[in-house]
Design a protein around this ligand. Structure first.
Ligand SMILES: Cc1ncc(COP(=O)(O)O)c(C=O)c1O
Length: 372
């Protein structure tokens, strides 16, 4: 591709075989129903590849995501798993797209949701706030009712005629399986004092991806912790655990190829940056992506040195945090490929400064492994 095209704009490379393997491993390991969190990567090709690889359930954060999944994967089940939605969207999701799973974290939301949807035949999750120090990002500071308020919320959901269920989210980039154990134990405490049992407990996302300099325990450790702690969860017959992985499914199968535009000593100016594919680094400054360099389409070898990477916009903050190890001879015209960059990258790019690449390709040879 690099030899033939010498692409002038960033190219995002989907590696379908990597996605297939990632999905297989997750579906085999997680002891329950797996919903892909579309927000992590809503690229239509990625969504379809994940679906064809075995993902049948989709955690959607908006009506637009529901519509996207419905269009691409008509057989899949969409869940609108956000405790507040723009007026009318939940009603449209139920009426036009057959959505039956919704989420609330406050009694008042049951009124506005009830004005849009028919609760009969629906499952409504009460979202509980649970945090754990091992999560790089706390997802309970904005959404989630305190555990003490959950019994009342579950009762109110039942009174409205919907099936009550429980959900929590221990955070994003959870670095210890212990976090899930903690969440499930909190849930078990609540559910064991309930006068009725629930059938579904959704433990959210947060499954991490290892990045250079950021090792995490193997995914099998997370599955083991979940399987073990879930045994103590009191659930109705036919009870099921659910998860909403985003990063763990989306990250591995995408790499980004960028061009070096200018070198000034150990500073490289490249044609993508913090307003583009690297935007998540604004919030996760510790994160690095495995990188390699190419010249004329051939891998550039040799001793490595640290470089600072600058994006293409005029904004001085458009610089990647930290340094990236690259061959010392790297120069303008060379290309760099960053691996494992499929989560929170394509889905959040901006058009700031008019820079936005539409080039997305599939790397179909299973011999081609992305860096990392
Ligand atoms: C409700 C909810 N579910 C799932 C996810 C996916 O999280 P992750 O990509 O860490 O698995 C998020 C992330 O923001 C979320 O807010």
């Amino acid at each position: 591709m690099l030899r033939d095209w010498r692409p002038r704009e960033p190219v995002y490379c989907i590696h379908p075989h990597v996605y297939r393997k990632t999905v297989r491993t997750f579906l085999r390991g997680f002891p329950g129903r797996v919903l892909y969190a579309v927000k992590a990567n809503d690229d239509p090709d990625v969504v379809q590849i994940l679906h064809r690889s075995g993902v049948e359930h989709f955690d959607c954060a908006s009506l637009a995501e529901v519509a996207l999944v419905r269009r691409l994967c008509p057989e899949a089940t969409c869940y609108l798993m956000v405790p507040v939605t723009p007026r009318g969207d939940a009603g449209t999701a139920q009426r036009d797209y057959g959505v039956r799973h919704f989420m609330v974290d406050h009694p008042d939301r049951l009124d506005s949701l009830g004005s849009e949807i028919d609760y009969g035949g629906c499952v409504v999750f009460a979202r509980m706030a649970v945090s754990h120090a091992s999560a790089m990002m706390d997802l309970s500071s904005k959404f989630g009712a305190p555990p003490g308020e959950i019994p009342r919320l579950l009762t109110l959901i039942r009174e409205r005629g919907a099936e009550p269920a429980l959900a929590f989210n221990v955070g994003s980039l959870v670095t210890q399986p212990e976090a899930y154990r903690h969440g499930i134990e909190t849930a078990a405490g609540i559910l064991s004092s309930q006068p009725f049992q629930v059938r579904l407990v959704d433990i959210g996302g947060g499954f991490p991806k290892a990045y250079p300099g950021f090792p995490v325990p193997p995914m099998a450790d997370y599955f083991e912790a979940l399987t073990e702690s879930a045994r103590a969860l009191p659930m109705a017959p036919g009870g099921e655990l659910m998860a909403e992985p985003g990063r763990a499914l989306a990250a591995p199968g995408l790499s980004a190829v960028v061009e070096v535009l200018l070198r000034k000593d150990d500073r490289l100016y490249i044609n993508d940056g913090m307003y583009g594919i690297f935007w998540e680094l604004r919030f996760k400054a510790h994160m690095r992506f495995a990188a390699r360099a190419y010249r004329g389409g051939e891998l550039l070898k040799g001793a490595l040195a640290p470089f600072r990477l600058y994006g293409p916009t005029c904004d001085a903050s458009d610089v990647l945090p930290g340094e990236v190890e690259l061959p010392t001879g790297v120069r303008a015209g060379d290309h760099l490929e960053f691996g494992q960059i499929g989560a929170y990258s394509l889905s959040g790019r901006t058009r700031f400064n008019g820079l936005y690449s539409e080039r997305i390709v599939h790397i179909t040879s299973p011999d081609e492994q992305p860096p990392g």
